[in-house]
Design a protein around this ligand. Structure first.
Ligand SMILES: [Zn+2]
Length: 181
């Protein structure tokens, strides 16, 4: 239980690689976007945030002329399984960016939380199950609320189809349609 917290790139790398392999198994493709992780030096500006994906987007008029992931940064000192869940979450942001799928914030965060949850469920250990339950019980309206919503729209088989087809259902892109119809 007392796994050493992640404080160095050497510790982070193999754990990161495991999550990338898991992502491939559930059908996530990244079109050759380089996937790397680094530990963050400064605190994140929003409290409670453990990771960030730095996404560079440059529009010229309506044309997206640059769409790059600069870095994925995770705060140091996390317990290994927590670290991996944060990586799974951040890979969700990378995947959405690579496939140019723009979602409202709550839906995007909920989608990324669903991936972290799925990672823990697939791992299936007692410790992983506890982390999955934490995601389910998160009272935060964006992370917890978003997760509950996206989980409804994307049960496991739908999530896999969405990842393989590189598309999300319209209900996720335009959540208000749901109440209209
Ligand atoms: Zn996020």
């Amino acid at each position: 239980m007392a796994a050493a917290p992640i404080e160095s790139a050497a510790q982070a790398k193999p754990l990161f690689a495991e999550v990338v392999q898991w992502a491939a198994r559930v059908g996530m493709r990244f079109h050759g976007m380089p996937l790397q992780v680094r530990l963050r030096r400064s605190a994140l500006n929003r409290q409670g945030h453990l990771g960030v994906t730095i996404h560079q987007r440059l529009w010229r008029g309506r044309k997206l002329v640059r769409n790059r992931i600069r870095a994925m940064e995770i705060v140091p000192g996390l317990e290994p399984l927590r670290f991996q869940g944060v990586v799974a979450h951040e890979l969700g942001h990378v995947w959405l960016a690579v496939h140019r799928i723009w979602l409202p914030t709550t839906i995007e965060e909920g989608f990324c939380e669903l991936l972290a949850w799925r990672f823990y469920r697939d791992l299936g250990t007692d410790e992983a199950r506890r982390y999955a339950q934490e995601i389910e019980a998160n009272p935060d309206p964006v992370y917890g609320g978003g997760f509950q919503y996206v989980r409804q729209v994307l049960p496991p088989s739908e999530l896999e189809r969405c990842l393989k087809e590189r598309n999300v259902p319209l209900r996720l892109r335009y959540p208000r349609i749901q109440s209209a119809g």
